[in-house]
Design a protein around this ligand. Sequence first.
Ligand SMILES: [Zn+2]
Length: 369
Amino acid sequence: MTTMLAMPKLSAMPNATPDPTLPAEPDRLYRAVTQRDPTFDGLFFTCVKTTGIFCRPVCTARTPKRENVEFMRTAQQAMLAGYRPCKICRPTEPPTDAPPWLPELLEEIRTGKAIRERQVRERGLDPDHVRRVFKKHVGMSLAAYQRSLRLGDALGSIRKGGAATRAALDAGYESDSGFRDAFERLFGVPPSRAKHTQHLTAGWLTSPLGPLLTVASDEGLCMLEFIDRRSIETQIEAVRRRTKLPVIPGEHSILAQTKQEMAEYFAGTRQHFDVKLAPQGTDFERAVWQRLLKIPYAETCSYSRMAKDIEKPGAARAIGRANGANRIAIIIPCHRVIRADGALCGYGGGVHRKQWLLDHERKNAGLFA
Ligand SMILES: [Zn+2]
């Protein structure tokens, strides 16, 4: 049973817009759960706010009340939102045809054991085979699975907001070493000090492309990043290091404004952002980010063109790196940078998201007739 997720009143959390990648409306999904409808298995997961556990739609455990559930498209999203896999329906495992070592390995990871390539080899397993099996059956890599479990508690505390975190701290959940370690590693301060220290504030918002982490100081927004981005821990650490402040879950007017403006952006009704920005980087990085902010909605620019504009013609590569170091996704529109030949090239949040954002902007700018 998980730690702080078991107790704070998650249902008190403001209800986010349902994820449009879900296979149906929430009420329909709930009906599938009450009927244990096998046609939905693998298409979504049921997260129970009161227990902090997530299930397959076909789980035979007692059906939770409608107001206590929320739905997630993938097991990884559920884990990063702070939910733990149910031990009855085992939502991170395949219904059939998985190799026999997989449930054992998953169980070991669940109990806190770190499994790396060496441990895989010690079991007489081939790492390449393990990689393929994880991708196919668990839907994510072995590393992503462990990372999602590890980060779940701490990131989940952001999602629930400052009040829930404080409630958990007051109730003594910080004495749970798993939560305490996860919290401290991610936010740079032990939970017991979190209430009092001068800090940056972290929040959570949902989008059609998955949840995003937001971090702000009184000066402005410092971070807006997809939660499942592989480097999320490093990104948080970089912001902490630059500001010399820990990051604490909570509410902040900058975060509220960001949430509102992002909702409008995704609804297609906002093309420019007004929220104050406080990006943390070197002088060069900040110059590149300033240039990024000048790329108009629905348009694109190449690295070499940007290099010319900031009068550093040989700097295309360095600009690429500064682009990659951008921690304020979408608002500082690094997704609008493409290769000179028009190819999309990389994006920290994944190329599929970059494509989605560019299509979304072109559609709403009226560029698709
Ligand atoms: Zn279950």
